[in-house]
Design a protein around this ligand. Structure first.
Ligand SMILES: [Fe+2]
Ligand SMILES: [Fe+2]
Length: 187
């Protein structure tokens, strides 16, 4: 097969030559890049699915955060001299499908829906925390402190959102859910 024309000067490329760990790091970046884009769509759906103003605000704010997460990943790709590329993340696909199911299985305007939406959203955050936590650690291991620092900012956003959602559920939502009827009025 003919060799593709190198897009990066050899000098730069050789300073970041491929090793299994570096390949894993790049593959993981591609997966979280795909996931973040799907999360943007997911957060829009969550905003529509809830009628709780505090929750709508939290999902909206995190949509804004997520846009920044995508831009940070693009910066990391740039530093690696790679084109930003998305690779389907099967785990995130499953987590987001679960959120879709919750929306179809719960009644609009109920605390039950809101309580379960928070759990679905927290699963997204926890997966992101695992991904970014791993990426930060690998970036440091590879001596890429600048990348680690940028990815760490996203990690902190995800942790903050997870905590915020947990507090909203505990203080604003969950206590209203236990007494809701099985089949709330759909009027
Ligand atoms: Fe994110
Ligand atoms: Fe997130």
């Amino acid at each position: 097969m003919p060799q593709a024309t190198p897009t990066v000067p050899e000098k730069i490329r050789s300073s970041y030559s491929a090793t299994p760990l570096r390949e894993f790091f790049l593959a993981s970046l591609k997966e979280i890049y795909w996931a973040e884009q799907e999360i943007m769509t997911g957060l829009k759906k969550l905003q529509k699915a809830t009628s709780h103003p505090v929750l709508i605000r939290a999902f909206k704010d995190h949509e804004h955060d997520t846009r920044k997460h995508i831009a940070r990943l693009e910066k990391v790709f740039e530093w690696l001299n790679e084109q930003p590329q998305a690779k389907k993340c099967l785990a995130m696909e499953g987590i987001l499908k679960e959120a879709d199911e919750i929306i179809t299985q719960t009644a609009e305007g109920t605390a039950t829906r809101d309580a379960t939406l928070v759990i679905a959203a927290r699963k997204v955050e926890h997966y992101e925390i695992a991904c970014y936590g791993g990426l930060v650690a690998i970036a440091y291991t590879l001596g890429q402190d600048r990348m680690a620092g940028l990815l760490q900012k996203t990690l902190q956003d995800e942790e903050h959102t997870d905590l915020l959602l947990s507090e909203i559920a505990m203080h604003e939502i969950n206590f209203k859910a236990p007494d809701e009827p099985d089949e709330p009025d759909q009027e």
